[in-house]
Each structure stands twice: as structure tokens, then as C-alpha cells.
Design a protein around this ligand. Structure first.
Ligand code: SAH
Length: 213
């Protein structure tokens, strides 16, 4: 897939800002972000900024996607669970770095459009699930890596339970939008080890009913 000049310049910017993992940079280069943004924002697809998508949600800023992916550190044989499919962009990036991605979304409309893009791009190792991220997806647990792309006041217990020993979770935590911190949680034999990485602003991980519409 050919990269545009704008895309190359975004990758260079990511490197300058500390994204040093060459596998992550390569994955960012392999995914055309313009396929995951709304028609009206296509000219901003390679600007380093979050953009609105359907259902009042957002596609994350490329730097945050790269930083979260680098912090997650998926290995080629890993199964990764993502909470918050949104546009599907983060899942598409992960698809190039691990064996399998399972991604959960509460809006059917977002799931459908993400799935359409995966098909068009020939991405076949991402499974989309309509469900509640607070509950996770027990049938395929435990997961090597779990990435949550919506903010919660605390890490959902179900997700911690579904994380493999030796596994890692990356999740934005905070009571309010102003106080969110991206946190890395490692599950070791001795328990959970938590580390704050970066202040962030994500939409909330909503509690309650799945949106079928
Ligand atoms: N990863 C996305 C960004 C997602 S924005 C991307 O790359 O574009 C966060 C997403 O989480 C939204 O689509 C929102 O609908 C979803 N979400 C919020 N609460 C949820 C929940 N409890 N279960 C599943 N998805 C949820």
C-alpha cells in the first residue's frame, strides 16, 4: 500500500515525539487512517488530532493510538481484547502486530462501519463483538493484552480477571475528563502492578445497555 506524503510526515512526527518501536511505526504506516474518518474530515485524516465519528464518539489522535500500542507491547502470537471499537482504527493498527484482535463496541452502527473497513482492507484477524466492555468477553479469555479506549473511574474487575498472568492492560482511568491518566497494569504472580503513563482525554466507558440502533 502506498503511503501519502501526509502520512509519511505524520510517522516522522510520531518518531520525533518518542514512538521508537519500529513495529508500531510500521503498523501505523500500513493503516490508511482516511478510511476510518468521516467523509467531512478526510482532509484532516493525517493531522495529529482526534476527530468526531458517528454516535457522538471520537477516533483517537494518532499519537495516542501509537503511544497506547507501544505501551501495550503486543507480541506476534498474542490475542488482544480491545474495548471500544469506535471507528476501528486502533483495532486495524493492532491487527498488524498480533495474531488476533477481539474488539467490543456498544453501538451497532459503529461496529458495522468498522467491519466494512476491515473487509475492504483485507484485515481478517479482527473479530467485532457487540457487547458491554465492563463485562469483557469471557468465552475467549484469558487475553495476553487488553486495551481500553474509553475512560473508566477504575479498571473493570471483569477485565482484570480476563487478563492472562504475565499479561498487560492499558486503560485511561479518571473520575472526570480533566483528571484522566493513561495507566498500564501488569498482572504478575504477585498481583497487579500499576503505572501512570500520560494525562489523556477519552470519552467515558459507559455503564449499561448496548445500543442496537
Ligand atoms: N478505538 C476507537 C476509539 C474509540 S472511542 C478508534 O480507534 O476509533 C470509545 C468507544 O468506546 C466509543 O465508540 C464508545 O461507543 C465505546 N464504548 C463506550 N462505553 C462502552 C462499553 N461499556 N462497552 C463497549 N463499548 C463502549
Amino acid at each position: 500500500m502506498g503511503s501519502s506524503l501526509e502520512q509519511i510526515s505524520l510517522i516522522m512526527q510520531l518518531r520525533k515525539h518518542g514512538i521508537h518501536d519500529t513495529r508500531v511505526l510500521r503498523a501505523m504506516e500500513l493503516v490508511p487512517r482516511e478510511k476510518f474518518v468521516e467523509e467531512a474530515f478526510i482532509d484532516q485524516a493525517y493531522a495529529d488530532t482526534a476527530l468526531p465519528i458517528a454516535c457522538g464518539q471520537t477516533i483517537s489522535q494518532p499519537y495516542i493510538v501509537a503511544f497506547m500500542t507501544q505501551s501495550l507491547g503486543p507480541e506476534p502470537g498474542d490475542t488482544v481484547l480491545e474495548i471500544g471499537t469506535g471507528s476501528g482504527y486502533q483495532a486495524a493498527v493492532l491487527s498488524h502486530l498480533c495474531r488476533e484482535v477481539l474488539t467490543i463496541e456498544r453501538y451497532k452502527e459503529l461496529q458495522k462501519s468498522a467491519l466494512k473497513q476491515f473487509d475492504k482492507l483485507g484485515i481478517s484477524n479482527v473479530t467485532t463483538i457487540i457487547g458491554d466492555g465492563w463485562i469483557g468477553w469471557p468465552p475467549n479469555a484469558p487475553y495476553d493484552r487488553i486495551i481500553v479506549t474509553a475512560a473508566a473511574p477504575e479498571a473493570p474487575k471483569a477485565l482484570l480477571d480476563q487478563l492472562k498472568e504475565g499479561g498487560r492492560m492499558v486503560i485511561p482511568l479518571g473520575e472526570t475528563r480533566e483528571t484522566q491518566q493513561l495507566v498500564q497494569i501488569e498482572k504478575t504472580v504477585d498481583g497487579l502492578e500499576q503505572k501512570e503513563l500520560l494525562p489523556v482525554r477519552f470519552v467515558p466507558l459507559v455503564k449499561g445497555r448496548v445500543k442496537r440502533g
